[in-house]
Write a new protein. Sequence first.
Length: 175
Amino acid sequence: MTIRNKYSMLLWVIVILVATNLSMGFSFLYHRQQDKKLMYEVKEEKLEVPAQQRTRFFREQLDLDPRQVIIFRELNREFNRTAWNIQHQLSSLRIQLVNELGDEQPDKEKLNSIAAKIGELHKQLKNETIDYYMAMKEACSKEQKEKLNDIFNAILEKNEDVRLPQGGRRYRNNR
């Protein structure tokens, strides 16, 4: 009888341990999922300028008058054209770089040349962003300039680049 009691007791201990482990596992998965949701919500709360409706975003955030909306719309169109072109060139160069690195004997000179072109295009993109910002700033009142500065700080802090429109053409950033 004592051996039967020991087995019965061991069986209950095993059942309790399995139940405890299962509940801890499910609890861990649940809390992990909740943390992911919370991180996603926090990311959504950060300021983001929607690329497709950038002019509308600035109109609402800066309370632009109709004249300013026209200026911002034209600046946005020009910036999008130029920046998309640069991004497209960068993508092509990144592919060339990866292909060259994948060769059996990569040409170091060619790799350096591609890297230099990428650096120059990055510089050009930053200069375009600066020109875009300065032109928008020029069209703003003092209060709007302060708010515009806050918006750009939030955007660049989050992403380092102003987001480009995806539009009908699907552009993938090959970083």
